[in-house]
Design a protein around this ligand. Structure first.
Ligand code: COA
Length: 249
């Protein structure tokens, strides 16, 4: 049992909270496993009509735990992010994200698979894959250019520039910017509205809006192959080690 991921269901809405605030909710293997299992439960259970994903303690998530990445790169430990990514990318249940603070790596890319995203003024998005010697994941290699246009996607993926909530809203990644005190209520209200819709039609509409699932799955497979290769590269190992050994000033 871990309390790093909290899953609660009420009124047809499953709330998944990434709860490792001391590490900005950086995602570990057990956290991915818990989130994957929760999403599987949501799709398998007709009573669960919407999912809300949020982070605890003023952060959404700092992305994959870099110590875990280093363990995968040096000791061949399994990286469990892939299961989560494949599940969230093909989920039938609608998803609402509540983003407060940092949303890094998969913290940003998972948002492409969410239907509604609410963010606070302190939300900060970044896909730092390139600077870590890695490649984009979660189908962001096709979804970022599709959503943002190639020029902007190149800034955020190839230059790995951070962007704030206003930019995210302009880019069509975020629906609305709300005060931190209103974030939870706003996300839950949207989820409850989704939960009240005719479930079959909602799932069908999502599928139609999201295009051919095979394209998403194919992108994830291409990315996974490139990611696995990049993860064990000397430049990636050096980047993980540099972060883990940095001295904070
Ligand atoms: N993996 C492991 N630990 C992480 C982490 C990650 N992805 N992100 C943050 N942490 C840890 C920090 O090491 C620090 O731990 P410590 O207090 O024991 O030293 C703690 O979380 C708080 O992070 P800190 O860097 O002090 O907070 P910040 O507000 O100054 O910066 C970030 C937040 C997210 C911008 C910064 O931590 C960061 O860049 N993290 C790495 C993000 C990343 O590259 N993720 C992988 C994406 S593929």
């Amino acid at each position: 049992m871990t309390t790093d991921t909290i899953v609660a269901v009420a009124d047809g809405v499953m709330r998944i909270t990434m709860n490792r605030p001391a590490k900005k909710n950086a995602l570990t293997g057990p956290m991915y496993d818990a989130m994957t299992a929760a999403l599987e439960k949501a799709d398998a259970n007709d009573e669960i009509r919407a999912v809300v994903i949020a982070g605890a303690g003023g952060a959404f998530t700092a992305g994959n735990d870099l110590a875990d990445f280093l363990a995968t790169a040096t000791r061949g430990e399994e990286n469990r992010a892939g299961h989560f990514i494949r599940k969230i990318a093909t989920l039938d249940t609608p998803i609402v994200a509540a983003v407060d603070g940092v949303a890094v790596g998969v913290g940003t890319t998972m948002l492409f698979h969410c239907d509604l995203v609410y963010a606070t003024p302190s939300a900060k998005f970044r896909m730092p894959f390139l600077d870590l010697g890695l490649v984009p994941e979660a189908a962001s290699s096709i979804l970022a250019p599709a959503r943002f246009g190639m020029a902007r996607a190149s800034e955020y993926i190839l230059l790995a520039e951070a962007f704030g909530p206003n930019e995210a809203k302009d880019l069509g990644l975020v629906n609305a910017i709300v005060a931190p005190a209103a974030l939870e209520a706003t996300a839950m209200e949207a989820a409850r509205k989704l939960a009240a819709k005719p479930a079959g039609a909602l799932r069908a509409a999502r599928r139609l809006m999201r295009g051919d699932r095979k394209d998403i799955e194919a992108a994830i497979e291409r990315e996974s192959a490139a990611f696995a290769k990049a993860l064990t590269s000397p430049e990636a190992k050096a980047a993980f080690t540099a972060f883990l050994n940095r001295t904070k000033g």
